[in-house]
Design a protein around this ligand. Structure first.
Ligand SMILES: Cc1cc2nc3c(=O)[nH]c(=O)nc-3n(C[C@H](O)[C@H](O)[C@H](O)COP(=O)(O)OP(=O)(O)OC[C@H]3O[C@@H](n4cnc5c(N)ncnc54)[C@H](O)[C@@H]3O)c2cc1C
Length: 260
């Protein structure tokens, strides 16, 4: 079974986000990591390989920094990777990302395609859906389990008040929700092996994609601005004797916080 996992590199979720003077995210000094939702997908892919045999191929669009994230996936157990790096991708939106991913993914002749349902940075939850549309493949999003059968799979989606089981024929695309799989820590042996695994570097030309068809000029989505959340207000200590303090607390929760 060939399992292709689309992996994006993102900011560390612990990173303190600041904006530049022109309103963009300031990436200076920010640690980059494997997008956590992509990482659930990588782990699930490795578990499938361990159960059914085959290989896990990571596909990533990113610059050379993203190679660190790819090596981490390899250290976890992914077998090889394809990275598409091209300056023409700067300023590309999710539509272009999906179009480029589609070419890279399909060139691997996958039996199953996994990714995150959203990323933790721009988090548009669009890329894998668009990928499914372009490749004309079945797609189940926000899954917490996948059972593979003969030429088909049954995926579990968690709903607000229950679960939904969805059956699709393979190949198909599944996007990971938290809970699909608990990512393993790479072993020292895995880290050493990762250094020698195949990393194929492609440009848009290698995928027969016209560089002028991507980039800001072709973006279907335009970001008009980013703002940081308002700073949190400090807490308030409700003093006094327990009966009065309890009444004051209930009043504050009901009238001010409006949570009860
Ligand atoms: C107008 C505009 C300009 C932009 N300019 C830039 C730019 O210059 N540089 C830049 O880095 N980003 C840029 N972005 C953001 C970039 O388009 C998105 O990061 C990218 O398309 C993924 O979108 P997302 O994180 O919202 O994906 P989501 O749909 O939230 O991601 C879901 C899953 O899709 C897969 N996936 C997403 N992106 C990739 C990827 N690159 N490789 C492999 N798998 C992936 C992963 O499995 C991920 O977990 C721009 C976006 C817009 C709208």
């Amino acid at each position: 079974m060939r399992i292709v996992v689309c992996m994006k590199q993102t900011f560390d979720t612990e990173a303190k986000i600041a904006l530049t003077a022109d309103g963009l995210i300031d990436s200076t000094g920010v640690t980059l990591v494997v997008d956590p939702y992509s990482e659930f997908a990588v782990e699930k892919g490795i578990q499938f390989k361990e159960k059914f045999g085959g290989e896990v191929v990571i596909v990533c669009i990113g610059d050379t920094q993203a190679e660190t994230a790819i090596r981490q996936c390899m250290a976890m157990g992914a077998d090889r990777a394809v990275i598409v790096t091209d300056p023409a991708m700067d300023g590309s939106d999710q539509s272009a990302t999906a179009r480029v991913l589609a070419k890279a993914v399909i060139s691997q002749e996958p039996d199953i395609i996994l990714g995150g349902f959203k990323s933790v940075d721009s988090g548009s939850a669009q890329v894998m859906l668009r990928l499914a549309e372009i490749l004309n493949l079945p797609h189940v999003n926000v899954v917490t389990n996948i059972e593979i059968g003969e030429g088909k799979a049954i995926a579990t989606r968690e709903l607000d008040d229950g679960v939904e089981l969805v059956e699709v024929s393979l190949p198909a695309i599944f996007t990971a929700q938290q809970g699909l799989a608990e990512p393993r820590y790479p072993s020292v042996k895995g880290i050493m092996q990762a250094k020698k695994k195949e990393l194929k570097r492609l440009t848009l030309a290698d995928l027969d994609i016209d560089p002028t068809s991507v980039g800001p000029a072709n973006a279907k989505v335009k970001i008009h601005g980013l703002t940081l959340p308002a700073p949190r207000k400090g807490g308030r200590i409700i003093g006094g004797e327990i009966p009065e303090a309890t009444a004051d607390l209930v009043k504050a929760l009901r009238d001010e916080a409006k949570v009860i």
